[in-house]
Write a protein that binds this ligand. Sequence first.
Ligand SMILES: O=P(O)(O)O[C@@H]1[C@@H](OP(=O)(O)O)[C@H](OP(=O)(O)O)[C@H](O)[C@H](OP(=O)(O)O)[C@H]1OP(=O)(O)O
Ligand SMILES: Nc1ncnc2c1ncn2[C@@H]1O[C@H](COP(=O)(O)OP(=O)(O)OP(=O)(O)O)[C@@H](O)[C@H]1O
Length: 475
Amino acid sequence: MELDKMDENDWKYHGEGNKSLVVSHFLAENNLNSIKSEPTAEQAFRHIPNIVDYSKYVMKPLLGEKYVHSGEVVKLPLDFVRQLSLKVQQERPELRCDKVMDTFSGCGLCLPNLTQLPLHHLRDHRPPICVEIKPKCGFLPFSRNITKECKRKVCRFCMHQHYKLANGKWKRLSRYCPLDLFSGSKQRMYVALKNLLEEPQNNLKIFKGGELIFSCKDDAKQQLELNDLIQHLRPYFPHSNGLYNGHQPGKAVLNEFIQVICSALLSGGDSNRSGEPRKVHLSESKPHCEASPFPRDLLRNGNQGLPKDSVLAKILQVQMLDNLDIEGIYPLYKRVEQYLEEFPRERNRLQIDGPYNESFMDTVKNCPAEDDGSVEYAVGKVHQYRVAMTAKDCSIMITFAPCEENEEHQLNLEKPRFTYSVSILDLDPKPYEGIPHQHKLDTKIVNYYLRSTQAPPPSSLYKERQECTLLFHAV
Ligand SMILES: O=P(O)(O)O[C@@H]1[C@@H](OP(=O)(O)O)[C@H](OP(=O)(O)O)[C@H](O)[C@H](OP(=O)(O)O)[C@H]1OP(=O)(O)O
Ligand SMILES: Nc1ncnc2c1ncn2[C@@H]1O[C@H](COP(=O)(O)OP(=O)(O)OP(=O)(O)O)[C@@H](O)[C@H]1O
């Protein structure tokens, strides 16, 4: 990249989240409005390097070298950044426009384009398909600090849906349940993925050749319905056109598509002597969420464990570093706060705001199991909680393209054959200051869920629920 010759017209708006605006090829412009107070110049300049360090020294060792791309900090000419921000403004979804792009630090993050595959895989005329899933928290909390029994039965995502609907974040309830996706059971994963396709919200995006072709309405300029998605996918699954006696070929295409995603999510495990991937059962809690639409009578074999090195097992393992739940973390946060009030200079030694280096990682790994009343224990647990929060909010990118026989990294499917890559993105550190907000939000979600499920629901909610039950239509 020749920095002095950078022209905003060579760059294209790609998408954005709450904090990052992404332009191809790929420069993630950090959005400093997500820092609660006005950032100081020091904060602005440290922000992107902090993200890279956190990814490199904390998340990569925990999630695995092969899944994490930490990227590089790049210094950009301010004029280029200002012009770029004007250029992309009209393409930004309305719901993100309250955030202003950082046009003064001149810092950007350069990452590989994860919606594409390395060039040598592109011998086929069909461009790669990329499926981005934000799976959210895949286990029920098991901490003894939990005060509301429903948290042990219904997962956070399913409870949060009711609150999001009431607040107008989404118009329809999603029937996706993360516990089904993380179950390792192909049947349950299939149902979870089907429900994501029916109501993607911000949990599913699909790209073809790097272009967004399927996502929630607010993100896509032109929303594609499932039928349009099927038309896009048809050339990748040519033999399924003849399945189902020609009655429901679209359903067969989606069926195969979901199976490819499942295989990628379960790939990467060791093999034991029988050739089967070694499975791990990570959850100490109940493995099923009572709000999931998966039929209870089919649950008997519904939690088969995840292959040890699969992307889902890696993410779940890190999510489960939150073993005290926010209800157990909040008092420890207050212990740290009290200590810092007395000894403000200790903030640096305790690495409250970083640096995110090996020593931070040591604290995360070696935090004692029992509370000895010390501030060190409290800081260790708070660090672990923040790391777990990152894993609860990250996304998985599965990119696949048709491949020739004998190519490496093939998904083990009868036919067709795909070459693929699996990565994890959005691994930013979650701020220490966010803990009181998390505590309040947890209470609000649980109370709202209890109120809305115990009282007879308003008729409009019922209506929404029926309306969101879509079927895969034949095309
Ligand atoms: O709290 P949650 O579970 O709603 O997660 C937030 C996400 O909402 P979601 O529930 O996925 O729709 C939220 O996603 P959206 O911006 O709403 O798409 C962010 O990812 C937010 O992270 P941050 O504050 O920007 O670092 C996320 O906040 P964190 O809790 O991860 O800090
Ligand atoms: N390396 C990449 N390759 C391709 N697409 C990317 C890449 N990084 C980010 N994106 C796209 O940009 C979007 C926003 O990026 P990202 O999730 O990192 O932003 P964020 O603001 O941290 O999100 P969140 O709101 O979840 O906190 C992603 O959902 C993804 O579609």
